[in-house]
Design a protein around this ligand. Sequence first.
Ligand code: URA
Length: 219
Amino acid sequence: MKIHNLSESPSILNAFVAEIRDKTIQKDSMRFRRNIERIGEVLGYELSKSLQFEAQNTETPLGVSKSFLPKNDIVLCSILRAGVPLHNGLLNYFDTAENAFISAYRHHKHNPESFEIVVEYLACPSLEGKTLILADPMLATGQSMVATFEALKPFGTPKEVHLVSVIGAQDGVDFIANSFHSNTHLWIAAVDKTLNDKGYIIPGLGDAGDLAFGSKLQH
Ligand code: URA
């Protein structure tokens, strides 16, 4: 897997990541969502440099300008619900992308420390020959990413796969590096050291879905 950990070359992106981690700033859920969206925009911009481009002439009022424009057919797939602000950020830059949504959640069967990933809802166009961008803001164990990719297989074989995440744990990054094809790219804003016994990233930021959309009742 080609891992692009953008925190390794410090940029303004680090300021957005610091804000979503900050427990005081987190009280403003609109700012939390907007920062995740901004991170999606930056990750999307970086990812765009690896797409395929073709020359196209554009007529201006005064002449003709030759531009190199991306030619990939992109499908942007996000995992509900925490993935929504990241999806919006990516979609702000990939104007013509098709979209897929999947619900994947942790089902704690017997105790809080063990869970399985349950996929329930899936809406997806054909992926055949397309560029799949799979977005999940918190790459904790990596199991949701892998379960999602498995669930997408009946929709066709993408030409290339890009995984996009905001914060990962090293264990999760290692897990997906072993699970996805070596040509897959991972674009990530920060990688933290560890997970706690409930599968949360440490230091991470807490529950991204709750911070973006409010807490939920457990069932
Ligand atoms: N999902 C989150 O929202 N946070 C984590 O730390 C791990 C998974």
